[in-house]
Design a protein around this ligand. Structure first.
Ligand SMILES: Cc1ncc(COP(=O)(O)O)c(C=O)c1O
Length: 379
């Protein structure tokens, strides 16, 4: 059987990782500033993560949501404390798209409304509701097309107000920082105003923190920079450092009913163990603080006094969620960083390099990348 080829792959096969370093099958060393798309939050093969998972696997790897699983409660307690959403409840699933799917479903149950408002360039995943709320017709099949979802431009509060005033929307879904679009932030004012609009119109505010969350921006969730609270927050990616886990954090105003949501794999023993180990490492190594500090280091080095260094046209993002838009003529910079300097980075279109490194990244690693980027720019 062949693979169904939906991914454009680099001809590199990593076989080993440690911290922010990867080795391919030929023994070539790479520095990973991409984290497999913002997933590696505590570094590859962190010893605490490896030993926690190994130990749990030797005890019990899986049982379904038909029995007590105290690991889920431990995870919920730790996540509530780390995120400042102690009074919320946690629903566990297996991916980002599934988290958003459940969040929108819950909002619809709660309000008895059908519509969802999303934003231009948004990405929320590829399952049917999540892809319908994703502003990219190329990845929506006719089956996904629906008039339940409307889009307005990011940061356009008048357009959002006009839509929400109809009181037909169950939810607004918004990324803490738009990732796939190329690192675009909702302004603090916009988020605060959106919060007020949702309160006034009885609309559920869903913050998709799947990419921007889990400490990456220097606060646990990116929307916390605006000083607001969401009704539902979705997380995945960095939550379990590569073990597939998604989470929906749900405000106490929602009432759970048996059977309203569900999943076979969600919240299983290995998944919870991985997610708990991640939060333990966050705490013991002060990783949210490190993300803030290292984010500032990248910004000061690549955009001192707000002026991007050559060959950068625009520097965007917060903390360790960084978008580097290169000047015309430098579209090959990402490939050169990979093949000549051995740095893995992400992309958003041909001109935006995305840095989504592990929150454990050191100043030495960041500084090697910054020197490599500047050197290629000056060649
Ligand atoms: C903001 C955001 N939401 C949702 C998703 C979907 O997550 P998953 O690929 O785990 O389904 C992504 C993935 O890139 C994302 O960046």
């Amino acid at each position: 059987m062949n693979l169904f080829e939906v991914y454009k792959l680099w001809d590199i096969e990593p076989v080993k990782g440690l911290g922010t370093t990867l080795w391919d099958k030929n023994g070539t060393e790479y520095t990973d500033l991409y984290g497999g798309h913002a997933v590696i939050s505590v570094g590859h093969c962190h010893p605490h993560y490896v030993s926690a998972l190994t130990e749990q696997l030797g005890k019990l790897g899986f049982y379904s949501n038909a029995v007590q699983n105290s690991l889920q409660k431990t995870l919920a307690g730790k996540l509530g404390k780390a995120s400042g959403y102690d009074d919320y409840s946690l629903f566990l699933c297996n991916s980002g798209a599934e988290a958003n799917e459940n969040a929108m479903k819950l909002a619809s149950f709660h309000t008895d409304r059908a519509k969802v408002l999303a934003f231009g360039k948004a990405f929320h995943g590829r399952t049917s509701g999540a892809v319908a709320a994703t502003d990219n017709p190329k990845i929506q099949s006719p089956f996904n097309a629906t008039d339940h979802v409307e889009f307005v431009p990011l940061n356009d509060i008048e357009a959002a107000e006009k839509a929400l005033n109809t009181r037909k929307f169950a939810a607004v879904i918004i990324e803490g920082i738009q990732g796939v679009a190329g690192i675009y932030e909702p302004s603090d004012d916009f988020l605060q105003e959106l919060r007020r609009l949702c309160d006034r119109t009885g609309t559920v505010l869903i913050l998709d923190e799947i990419q921007s969350g889990y400490g990456r921006t220097g606060l646990f969730f990116a929307h916390q920079h605006a000083g607001i609270r969401a009704d539902i927050i979705t997380t995945a990616k960095g939550m379990a450092n590569g073990f597939p886990v998604g989470g929906v954090l749900i405000s106490p105003s929602f009432k759970a009913e048996y059977g309203m949501l569900g999943t076979t794999f969600g919240g299983n023993h290995l998944a919870c163990t991985a997610a708990i180990a991640v939060l333990e490492i966050f705490e013991s190594e002060h990783l949210v603080e490190n993300a803030a500090r290292m984010g500032e280091y990248f910004r000061q080095s690549l955009c001192p006094d707000g002026i991007p260094v050559h060959p950068i046209k625009e520097y965007r993002g917060r903390g360790l969620m960084i978008g580097i838009e290169v000047k015309d003529g430098y579209e090959d910079l990402r490939n050169r960083l990979l093949f000549e300097k051995h740095f893995f980075t992400g992309a958003a279109g041909p001109k935006v390099i995305r840095l989504l490194p592990s929150l454990t990244i050191s100043e030495e690693t960041a500084s090697r990348f910054i020197s490599a980027l500047k050197a290629l720019g000056n060649e």
